[in-house]
Design a protein around this ligand. Structure first.
Ligand code: PEP
Length: 244
């Protein structure tokens, strides 16, 4: 994975077909550049690929193929030309009850098919209030990254997304994000002997706060949810984060 900052747009289950056409009209992929990855709903992926966007999926299943109605495999995703997969998003962990073990299987299969992994980790408000953040992040990291080869780590970005900051317009302080990123890098270094894994921040990143967040010295980029569905806001974020 390159060391320059990346911006990942997670559109979640938003936008209708007409909105996507409009979005594509407003943003030309070449205005985004190499360091921007768009993760639309799966049905829209081919539209973005056709216009040369770097594309990721928001989720995939851990089996190679088979009778799993409604799911998509890493093999299918790779065969289409998609390069990234988000794994372990808190909405998957929460609403769909994905366990650390499921997430580990997804990480393994994603790497097996040559995709880059964007691994989401983050504590809930309750865990934060109980001062369990460090413990939760450590557990999520150690479980998600089991059974990997040394070279696999070159294809992983960790997205630190405090659950309480997602879609709330509330963000941690820059100092807290910086300290947590250092902690995450330290865990990966200590337990997997991999130095300086890229860590991006996600949770209420907007065109209003991007300048401030972008000044965090050890942040490798941003995972943007809500604001990525608005072409104008997303362009502004990209401009600040990757086109300084
Ligand atoms: C997300 O869900 O990954 C996210 C970062 O959402 P938002 O930017 O809307 O908080």
């Amino acid at each position: 994975m390159e060391s320059k900052k990346i911006v990942v747009g997670n559109m979640k289950m938003n936008l209708l077909a007409g909105d996507i056409s409009e979005y594509l009209r407003k943003i030309n992929s070449s205005n985004l550049g190499e360091q921007v990855v768009i993760c639309p709903s799966n049905i829209y992926v081919p539209y973005f690929l056709k216009q040369s966007y770097k594309v990721g999926v928001q989720n995939l299943f851990f089996r190679d193929s088979g009778a799993y109605t409604g799911e998509i495999s890493a093999a299918q995703v790779a065969s289409l030309g998609v390069k990234y997969a988000i794994v372990g998003h808190s909405e998957r962990r929460g609403y769909f009850r994905e366990s650390d073990q499921d997430i580990n299987k997804k990480v393994v299969v994603t790497l097996k098919y040559g995709l880059e992994v964007i691994l989401c980790i983050g504590e809930t408000a309750e865990e934060k209030n109980l001062l369990k953040t460090a413990r939760v992040l450590k557990r999520q990291i150690l479980n998600a990254l089991r059974n990997l080869e040394e070279t696999d780590f070159d294809h992983i970005v960790i997205a630190y997304e405090p659950v309480w900051a997602i879609g709330t317009n509330v963000t941690p302080t820059n100092k807290d994000i910086m300290d947590t990123i250092s902690y995450i890098k330290g865990i990966v270094s200590e337990y997997f002997h991999y130095e300086d894994i890229p860590v991006i921040y996600g949770g209420s990143v907007s065109e209003k706060n991007i300048k401030e967040l972008n000044s965090i010295p050890n942040v490798s980029g941003f995972l943007v949810g809500g604001a990525s569905t608005d072409a104008k806001k997303f362009l502004k974020i990209v401009e600040v984060a990757v086109k300084k």
